[in-house]
Ligand binder design. Sequence first.
Ligand code: SF4
Ligand code: SF4
Length: 213
Amino acid sequence: MIPAPQELGTPARGGLSDTVTAFKDGVRFRCTRCGACCASLGRDLPLLIDDVRRLARHLSMTVPAFVRRYCVYTVDVVRDGDRTIRIPSLHLRVPPSGRCVFLADSNECSVQDVKPFICANSPFMRYVAVSRERWHAAVSMCPGIGIGRFHSGRAIERLLRQDDAAERRDVGRILAAGGSLARVLGVRLTKPVIRRTIRRTNARRSSPRVACR
Ligand code: SF4
Ligand code: SF4
């Protein structure tokens, strides 16, 4: 997969109008499992709540133990007009080498069947879809783009919508727990890494009207 920032917003809701041209025209893609992208991650990988639970179960770990060992607790502080929204999440910690901790010596993913959503759906993700630069970076790194099965624009749009829905589901869960990600997961989370501040200018891409902590 291609390293991603935690993006908020919903470009997929407007169909493919905000996406790179390649996504509208359709893309051939087959992961050759070369491991190139997993060996050169530029940053920690965002995890969905279900990713955390699934990976912990797969590794026969409790969720708190998995979080302690593998995760970074982050809070994205989003400036949206005159509001500030704090959105908590967990990221898979990537070592300074950039090599994913789940990448085996054989260069295959050791959690292939339960890998994070972002890995499973890459490169058809919103953070790629909205940036020509990210798409070009993906093309230059990944030998799987341009070969294999043809993914039509409509099929890619469905994946982008899944991406959007997954994030909204997490936000809904956190809100239902009083804004606490720690409560959702039954873990203790302290001292978050404040990732960045995003200033929203496009109303259609604004995050859900919520405030989490
Ligand atoms: S083919 Fe592409 S997506 Fe698959 S492992 Fe290699 S670089 Fe990553
Ligand atoms: S979890 Fe697997 S697919 Fe995802 S970056 Fe790590 S090795 Fe690659």
